[in-house]
Design a protein around this ligand. Structure first.
Ligand code: AOS
Ligand code: ZN
Ligand code: ZN
Length: 389
């Protein structure tokens, strides 16, 4: 069995992977949403399911909420309920994609009244953060256009900058604004935040508590994502990841399922760039949907995949790698990286879990726990992830 050093295990012990509340709701495509037995009917039930993932893996101490999908009257009370379950409330995600008035834009709309309405929604999200103690406001902006000439590309950027500055000014203390980019969808000609460069330009204009969110499914096929990771870390503006995997577009499949090697390469750049160091601004989150597989095991599999690839990335002999790179040893350097990638860390991580009082096999432990049957019996009429919830 491959031994993993105490230093690496100590680093792994600090890694936290945030779960999205919406991963526990029913999801699907525009063709069909399949419902599964035991799907949560309330925010509290989503938190209870997320707490199972953390109980069995020790890797997922916080849950991201989506406003208004996760609307409750009292967020301080919700935070305390989450605490009783052993988890905390994390990133607050805003939503400007379900209102008819936002059809032609929200933060970028030409009508100041509609822009203000979208800004007010973010103010309401910040109120939630004040009550929950959440640090991050994550903005994924669905604004864009479908046809050349439909909108003034430059004017939309100017209005976006203005709207973001008003939202940013409302943050206090340690609160951060994290701006997520996406190449296309729901719009197909332009998106107002289509790429990391646009997000970077806006967050640097805002101030030092604004960062870029990198969703791994939001790029053109063949994009070298680890290069973006390296660059954003270098610039000090990588705030968070939305992890998932994709074969074609924004598939939102289980992270590490489609291309484990890409996940390894991304996490190697995170390690290389100090993203796991104390005080790093980088947060790890899942952004996935489980359309056909069971949701709780799907989330367990996901956090384990992230941890396994992080362990492999930490195994890279960086001193030897630098020496090989400096010596111009092309194949030698490549072999050092690949050695770490090909190392099976699963037995060592199972042992590590055991030493921390966690199940060696979290998926088997979940299957044995009876929790899945219990929620299937108790909960009737679970809701969709968000749309229609
Ligand atoms: C949308 O494609 C983005 O990935 C968002 O981060 C996220 O999926 C959405 O806010 C969740 O509904
Ligand atoms: Zn995302
Ligand atoms: Zn997405």
């Amino acid at each position: 069995m491959t031994e993993i050093s105490t230093t690496i295990l100590d680093t792994l012990a600090t890694q936290a992977i945030e779960l999205p509340s919406w991963a526990f709701g029913n999801a699907g495509t525009r063709f069909k949403v399949f419902s599964s037995p035991g799907t949560p009917r309330t925010v509290r039930e989503k938190l209870a399911d997320a707490a199972q993932v953390n109980r069995l893996t020790g890797l997922a101490p916080t849950v991201a909420l989506h406003i208004p999908w996760d609307l409750v009257d009292d967020y301080a009370e919700l935070a305390s309920y989450a605490g009783d379950l052993g988890v905390g409330l994390g990133t607050i995600n805003s939503n400007t994609f379900q209102d008819d008035e936002y059809k032609l834009g929200s933060l970028t709309h030409t009508d100041p009244r509609i822009r203000q309405k979208a800004i007010d929604h973010h103010f309401a999200c910040i109120d939630v953060m004040d009550a929950t103690g959440s640090q991050d406001l994550k903005i994924w902006l669905p604004d864009g256009t479908n046809y050349p000439g439909q909108g003034d590309i430059r004017g939309r950027q100017d209005r976006l900058a203005d709207s973001l500055s008003k939202i940013y000014a409302r943050l206090s203390g340690e609160q951060r604004l994290v701006l997520e980019y996406k190449i296309f969808e729901p719009h197909f000609y332009t998106m107002d935040v289509p790429d990391w460069g646009t997000s970077y330009a806006h967050v640097t204009a805002l101030g030092e508590r604004a960062f870029v969110c990198l969703d791994t499914g939001h790029h053109a096929p063949s994009t070298n994502i680890e290069f973006i990771v390296a660059q954003l870390l270098r610039l000090g503006r990588l705030g968070s990841f939305d992890f998932n995997s994709r074969f074609y577009a924004d598939d939102d499949l289980i992270v590490g399922a489609a291309d484990p090697f890409q996940l390894f390469r991304i996490l190697f750049e995170v390690v290389r760039g100090g993203g796991l160091d104390d005080g790093s601004p980088v947060r790890f989150m899942l952004d996935q949907c489980h359309n056909i597989e069971d949701k709780i095991p799907g989330q367990i599999r996901s956090v384990l995949n992230v941890q396994e690839m992080t362990a492999r990335a930490l195994l890279v002999d960086r001193e030897a790698l630098t020496a090989a790179q400096d010596a111009g040893d092309v194949l030698g350097a490549n072999a050092i990286l690949m050695d770490a990638f090909y190392t099976d860390v699963r037995p060592a991580l199972a042992q590590w879990r055991e030493s921390r009082g966690l199940p060696t096999d979290p998926l088997a432990a979940y299957a044995d726990s009876g929790y899945g049957k219990q929620i299937a019996d108790e909960r009737v009429g679970g809701t969709q992830a968000g749309w229609g919830a």
